[in-house]
Design a protein around this ligand. Structure first.
Ligand SMILES: Nc1ncnc2c1ncn2[C@@H]1O[C@H](COP(=O)(O)OP(=O)(O)OP(=O)(O)O)[C@@H](O)[C@H]1O
Ligand SMILES: [Mg+2]
Length: 306
């Protein structure tokens, strides 16, 4: 079964696709059969980062039933061991992917015969994005050091947290829970997940124990991308501490990726950054991250709600 690495970031431009393609290149280069899936359907561009200018098939062929098997949408990239399911040509936004299609996609992904599958998720907190992120216990968050990007990644983490809690309740029970939160706290439960947790702990101790156990098995990672010389190198650790304090979930800081003008140059030249500029600080950071993540991620799937 494949190791699945979903990559999410609250804000556009934080480097999700750059990280997905770079990890894909490095894993493939080390002999691992790797598949990249572009699930940023509204703004797909991962194909450009793996030198496929005009993908002749894409995820939309599966959504529109042109093909019945997700396997038939896979493209070989010019790089050995590296494959792609492009999101290009999808008029569909991920938020509008019908529920049955999402479940079918998740089940199909779980069956694909690859060693690594990397999901490029696109920005935002649409339920489908959250569910794709939660399809694996090895989700990777990425942000730049800018406060706006950090704010959005924090929002994404909270949304993912709440989405997982939601799995433990029926629709009616969850509505009742939200009502209680409003009564006790006088607040929008979605603004303060801590409030939901405190009510779950008090009124549903059995569920609380299950949720706690569930979260302890997730291996979330955080990466700070585009770190400039003057930036605080321990920002990632500080964010993880805040997450732990407010949500009680463990997110491990995996490392920083330096800001490097050559990333822009490589993308404009449509070449692989790691091949073209292997001796830069950012290339070194990416290799370190790949090493760290392939060692520390263990068990893979969390499709238990399907
Ligand atoms: N480490 C880096 N150093 C310098 N520039 C970078 C770095 N990482 C990414 N970039 C720049 O940021 C741009 C956005 O990166 P990328 O497309 O990977 O973001 P994204 O999170 O996938 O955005 P979107 O949500 O719009 O899909 C890239 O085109 C590149 O120019
Ligand atoms: Mg992208």
């Amino acid at each position: 079964m494949a190791h699945i690495w979903p990559i999410g970031g609250g804000k556009g431009g934080s480097g999700k696709s750059f990280l997905a393609s770079s990890m894909g290149h490095l894993l493939a280069k080390s002999g691992r059969k790797t598949l990249l899936i572009d699930l940023d359907l509204g703004a797909a561009n991962l194909h450009t980062m793996v030198a496929i200018p005009y993908p002749e098939k894409s995820f939309s062929d599966f959504v529109t039933k042109k093909v019945s098997d997700l396997q038939d949408t896979i493209l070989q990239t010019p790089f050995s061991n590296l494959f792609l399911i492009s999101g290009a040509h999808d008029s569909l936004d991920i938020a509008n992917l019908p529920y049955e299609k999402k479940i079918k996609t998740l089940k199909s992904i779980a069956k694909l015969k690859y060693e690594y599958i990397i999901l490029d998720l696109g920005a935002g907190t649409a339920y489908n994005t959250l569910d794709f992120f939660l399809a694996s216990r090895n989700g990777i968050f990425i942000t730049t050091p800018e406060p706006t990007s950090i704010e959005n990644v924090y929002r994404l983490m909270r949304a993912i947290y709440l989405r997982r809690i939601r799995h433990y309740f029926s629709a009616a029970d969850f509505r009742a829970l939200e009502k209680k939160v409003k009564e006790y706290m006088g607040d929008d439960p979605f603004k303060k997940p801590e409030h939901i947790v405190s009510i779950v702990k008090k009124d549903y101790p059995y569920k609380y124990a299950m949720i706690k156990k569930d979260f302890s098995s997730f291996r979330f990672k955080l990466i700070i991308n585009q770190l400039r010389k003057q930036d605080n190198t321990s920002l990632g650790e500080q964010i993880c501490k805040i997450i732990k304090k407010h949500l009680g979930i463990n997110v491990d800081f995996a490392g920083n990726i330096a800001y490097d003008e050559h990333v822009h140059d490589a993308i404009c030249q449509r070449v692989c950054f790691l091949d073209r500029y292997p001796y830069t600080r950012a290339a070194n950071d990416l290799r370190e991250l790949k090493k760290k993540m392939s060692y520390s991620f263990g068990e893979q799937l969390s499709l238990d709600y399907l």
